[in-house]
Design a protein around this ligand. Structure first.
Ligand code: F0G
Length: 434
């Protein structure tokens, strides 16, 4: 029999499965699965010019910043079965001066994944996950979420006419994300427990009920997320940065980065891999702790952080993220909530904006510069994972100095004034007289 173009393969024991098998973990050893593609065959057709040519295309899939790289994402799908909202195509911003001052590093670019259709990087993995769900004939999809996955899944499920069932930790999801899940018509379940517990029960549901699981344990999700690396490198004209810095929660994104870079390298499309730094919040840092002790052991934590998107104590993709660190000679970094919210205030005030978890990457860059890990000449790309409006509550509370444990070091207070011209004029700055 000819080798298929894609199949599922256990990252640990190498057991192979049919690409459309409805499994999320290896039936032999329980470890995570990769969607593998026949890179030898793909080598004949995949070129950097092919991806460039599609930038000017008119077909919805060519205009998508995910499906533009279809050969490396889902080569077996027919074009007419792709469920796309034109995701990706996000800006790679040069670091504004203000942020260069804050991080101490001018050679920084920001890949803003908050510019996706539902406002987070999750759309890249959801277009592939939902396309596979539709391909399998699923009628309902489910996920546990700290908010962004549920917002994204709710949207893509509705686009295809599937029921979307989202389970999120009660009281720990930012306002914008809950609003999206409700608005997009998902079945919304508030779990009286944390994300890790929610994840546990949706996995059980996917085994016992006719519902397809779209958490990042599903390897089809990670295939879409790889395109953050593809697109970033294409935008840089395939010039490899020294560092890519990314926040880590359930570790799906960082896992996909390693796979993306390895595949490009195997295809001979890049000559070396950038180093990946995975940044975790101090109160939700099980990966960082394990990395610190040389991955000798791994312990879950009871997670707590104001960056609710990454409030995760038992990350599903631990073993794939470890592989990313090993493949890329990467590191892990741990930052406090104060670091995160200060970095966020600076990203926001630079006119770019992001949600708290995203700012962990820039807080990580600052720390790596201070520690001398990032050298002055290093080119660095930090990934911003979600849009500022995802979590308006934390913005208002920070600038009103209403967060108990946080000093608003970059405060921008609202000024209440009388309805009077002079009162207003006092606040308008005048150009400096030469
Ligand atoms: N940043 C944001 C804004 C997120 O929403 C998440 C994860 C991460 C970073 C971490 O990414 O899990 O791939 O390491 N949010 C998930 C959710 C868990 O349910 O929306 P990761």
């Amino acid at each position: 029999m000819n080798q298929p173009l894609s199949w599922l393969e256990c990252i640990s024991c190498g057991e192979k499965y049919f690409k459309d098998a409805r499994i999320y973990n290896c039936a032999q050893c329980g470890d995570l699965l990769d969607v593998k593609h026949d890179l030898e065959t793909l080598k004949e057709t995949v070129t950097l010019e092919l991806f460039d040519k599609r930038l000017g295309g008119y077909e919805p899939w060519e205009r998508s910043g995910v499906w533009r790289y279809k050969e490396l994402v889902g080569p077996s799908f027919r074009h007419d079965e792709l469920v796309t909202r034109g995701e990706g195509n996000t800006m790679l911003y040069p670091s504004p001066n203000w942020l260069a001052q804050y991080t101490g590093h001018a050679n920084l670019e920001l890949k803003h994944e908050g510019e996706n259709p539902t406002g987070s990087f999750k759309d890249r993995g959801m277009t592939t996950g939902i396309t596979q769900a539709k391909h399998l004939g699923a009628h309902a999809v489910i996920c546990a979420s700290t908010g962004n996955t549920s917002a994204s899944m709710a949207s893509y499920a509705r686009l295809t006419g599937l029921q979307g069932v989202v389970a999120f930790p009660a009281g720990k999801v930012a306002l914008g994300k809950i609003a999206q899940a409700i608005a997009y018509g998902a079945t919304c379940l508030e779990i009286c427990g944390d994300f890790d517990e929610a994840q546990h029960i949706v996995l059980e549901a996917s085994q016992k009920l006719p519902v397809y699981l779209l958490n990042s344990v599903n390897p089809y999700r990670l295939e879409g997320q790889k395109t953050i690396m593809f697109e970033m490198l294409q935008q840089r004209r395939w010039r490899i940065p020294e560092w890519v810095v990314v926040p880590g929660g359930n570790l799906g994104n960082s896992s996909s980065f390693g796979k993306a870079l390895m595949e490009l390298h195997t295809l001979g499309l890049i000559s070396r891999l950038p180093r990946i730094a995975i940044v975790q919040a101090e109160g939700a840092n099980p990966f960082f702790r394990s990395w610190e002790n040389g991955f000798k052991d791994f312990e879950t934590v009871q997670a707590e952080t104001l960056a609710t998107a990454i409030r995760i104590g038992n990350p599903t993709n631990f073993s794939k993220a470890k592989r990313t660190i090993e493949w890329t000679n990467g590191i892990s970094v741990c930052v406090t909530d104060q670091d995160i919210l200060d970095a966020k205030a600076c990203i926001d005030a630079a006119g770019i904006g992001c949600e708290p978890a995203s700012a962990a990457s820039v807080a990580g860059v600052k720390q790596m510069v201070e520690n001398g890990i990032i050298k002055p000449h290093d080119e660095v790309v930090a990934v911003l994972t979600g849009h500022l409006l995802k979590d308006p509550g934390v913005v208002i509370d920070y600038h009103a100095n209403e967060l108990d444990t946080i000093a608003p070091n970059f405060i921008n207070e609202i000024h209440r004034i009388d309805a009077d011209f002079d009162a207003l004029a006092a606040w308008v700055s005048q150009p400096e007289v030469q």
